[in-house]
Write a protein that binds this ligand. Structure first.
Ligand SMILES: *Cc1c(COP(=O)(O)O)cnc(C)c1O
Length: 459
C-alpha cells in the first residue's frame, strides 16, 4: 500500500510543466516554485513514511498541489511586511507597529502616495508653499502652542531641539529621568549626539527644585524634563513639577524643555495632555505621533515661536524631515481631534475607551464559535491589559478575553497561530492561550476565526 502511494507522487519535471505551475513560476520565479514544490512533496513523503495520514488524504493533497505550493510560497518566501492580527490586548505594541491609523488617515496617505499633492505648493498664489503649514496650524489650534515643527519621530524631535538650542552648552536633567526607550536606545546617549552636555542632578527617586538650581551656571542653556512615559518610580519619591521648573528657568533666563513621549490630547487617562504641558509655560514640548495620539510615526515639537524658528532652520531639519504619506496621515489624524465627536474614529482612542460590556459580548460570541472547533476548548475570563508602547505605565485596563485550552498544548498552538496564513499574535496566561479582543480592528474578527481554525487543523 505504502509503495503505491509513493508511486503516485509525480516527478518534479512533470509538475513544473503543468499549466498551474507555469502561472506560479511567472509570478514568483522558477527557483522559488521549485523550492516550494520540493517542500510540499517532502511533507507528503513524510506523511506516507509515518503512516500518519490516510491514503485518501494523500491523494487529495496531491491533487491540490497548486494551492499547497501557493501556501508555502506565501508562508516562507514573502519578504514584505505582513498583516498580523494583534490579539495581545496591548494597544501600542512597538513590535507590531504601534498605532493603527484611522480610516481617514489611511485614505489620505494612499492618495498622497499614489499621485501628486500640493505638498510645497500654494494653490492660491501658484507659488512655493510650506510643507508643514497645514499641520502646524492644526497643532497650534489643538495644543495652544505658538508654533510647531514636525520630524520623523520623537527621538529625532529631542535630538534636533537640543542640537539647535544647546550645542556646546549644558542641559540639566534629573537622574530619575535618564531612561531607555526600547531597542537598547537610551535617551542620554541620543541627546549627547546633539552636542549638548548633560548635567545630571538629584537621585533616582528624588530630585528637588534645589538640586536643579544648584546646577545652574553660566553654561546652562536649559532644563530638560523627560516624562515617565514607560515606567513609574513609586514609594519614597519626590519629583519637581513642570511649573516649578518653568519658574526656576525664568528666574535664571534659561529654557524649559519637556520630552513628553506620548502625545495625549484627551483628558482622563492619568497622563498630562499636551495642552496642559503647553499651558504650564514650557518653552518646548516634544511627543510621538504614533503612541497615544494614534497617528503615524512622527515627532512633534511644539512651543514658543522664536525657539521653533531656530529648530526649523537647523541643518538637521532636512535630514529628519517627514515624507508626504506620513504628513497626509498626520494631518488627517489631527483633523479628527478638532471635532469633539470624531476622535473616537481613531482606533487607539476607541480601544482605550472600550467598555467591559462590549468586550464581554464579543468575547462570549467568539468563545462560542471556538468551542465548535475540534481540539479547542474556550471560555471567557476577566483580564487586565496595558496600553504598551511606552505609554500609560502602571495603568491597567480591565476587561475580558477568551481563554483557549488547546489539546495540543499552548506553545504549539501559539506557534501554529503565528504560522497561519494571516498570523495571529496572542499570549499565554494561566495555562491558556489568551485572545484579547480589545485590539481587534474591524476586519479582524472573521480572519481571526479562520486563523484559529487553520491553526487547530495544523496540529
Ligand atoms: C517613546 C519615547 C521616546 C521616543 O519616541 P519615538 O517616537 O519612538 O522616537 C522618547 N522619549 C520618551 C519619553 C518616550 O516615551
Amino acid at each position: 500500500m505504502q509503495h503505491n502511494l509513493y508511486r503516485n507522487i509525480p516527478k518534479m519535471d512533470k509538475l513544473l510543466e503543468q499549466e498551474s505551475m507555469a502561472a506560479l513560476i511567472k509570478s514568483c520565479g522558477r527557483e522559488k516554485v521549485v523550492l516550494a514544490l520540493r517542500e510540499a512533496l517532502e511533507s507528503i513523503r513524510d506523511s506516507i513514511a509515518q503512516n500518519s495520514t490516510d491514503p485518501f488524504d494523500i491523494q487529495e493533497r496531491l491533487s491540490n498541489l497548486e494551492s499547497y505550493v501557493t501556501d508555502i510560497l506565501t508562508k516562507h518566501h514573502t519578504k514584505t511586511l505582513r498583516r498580523v492580527i494583534n490579539a495581545t490586548g496591548i494597544i501600542l505594541h512597538t513590535n507590531l507597529g504601534r498605532a493603527p491609523l484611522a480610516k481617514e488617515a489611511v485614505e489620505a496617505a494612499v492618495e498622497a502616495a499614489s499621485g501628486y499633492v500640493d505638498l510645497e505648493y500654494d494653490l492660491e498664489t501658484g507659488k512655493r508653499g510650506g510643507r508643514l503649514d497645514r499641520v502646524n496650524s492644526l497643532i497650534c489650534e489643538l495644543t495652544g502652542a505658538q508654533d510647531s515643527y514636525v520630524v520623523n519621530n520623537n527621538a529625532a524631535a529631542v535630538l534636533i531641539t537640543l542640537a539647535a538650542l544647546a550645542n556646546g552648552k549644558e542641559v540639566i536633567i534629573s537622574r530619575g529621568e535618564l531612561v531607555e526607550i526600547g531597542g537598547g536606545f537610551r535617551i542620554p546617549e541620543v541627546l549627547e549626539q546633539s552636542g549638548a552636555k548633560l548635567k545630571e542632578v538629584g537621585t533616582t527617586n528624588k530630585t528637588r527644585v534645589k538640586d536643579y538650581e544648584k546646577a545652574i551656571d553660566e553654561n546652562t542653556c536649559a532644563i530638560l524634563k523627560v516624562h515617565k512615559s514607560n515606567y513609574r518610580i513609586v514609594g519614597f519619591t519626590e519629583e519637581t513639577s513642570v511649573e516649578e521648573l518653568v519658574a526656576l528657568s525664568h528666574k535664571h533666563n534659561i529654557l524649559t524643555i519637556e520630552d513628553l513621549g506620548s502625545g495625549m490630547f484627551v483628558k482622563g487617562f492619568g497622563e498630562p495632555t499636551v495642552q496642559e504641558v503647553i499651558a504650564s509655560g514650557v518653552d518646548i514640548v516634544t511627543f510621538s505621533g504614533d503612541k497615544l495620539l494614534g497617528g503615524p510615526q512622527a515627532g512633534i515639537i511644539a512651543g514658543k515661536e522664536h525657539i521653533i524658528a531656530k529648530i526649523r532652520t537647523h541643518p538637521l531639519a532636512r535630514a529628519l524631515r517627514i515624507d508626504k504619506m506620513t504628513l497626509a496621515a498626520l494631518e488627517n489624524t489631527l483633523t479628527l481631534y478638532t471635532q469633539p465627536d470624531t476622535f473616537e474614529r481613531i482606533p487607539v482612542i476607541r480601544m482605550l475607551n472600550m467598555n467591559r460590556e462590549e468586550l464581554f459580548k464579543i468575547s462570549y460570541e467568539l468563545a462560542g464559535e471556538i468551542n465548535n472547533i475540534n481540539g479547542l476548548d474556550a471560555k471567557v475570563i476577566e483580564v487586565s491589559s496595558q496600553a504598551g508602547g511606552g505609554s500609560l505605565p502602571g495603568k491597567e485596563f480591565h476587561g475580558f478575553a477568551v481563554a483557549i485550552k488547546p489539546s495540543c498544548g499552548c506553545n504549539n498552538f501559539l506557534k501554529a497561530l503565528r504560522e497561519a496564513r494571516i498570523p495571529v499574535i496572542a499570549r499565554i496566561s494561566q495555562d491558556s492561550v489568551l485572545i484579547d479582543l480589545r485590539t481587534m480592528l474591524n476586519d479582524d474578527y472573521k480572519d481571526l476565526l479562520k486563523s484559529l481554525r487553520e491553526a487547530a487543523e495544523a496540529l
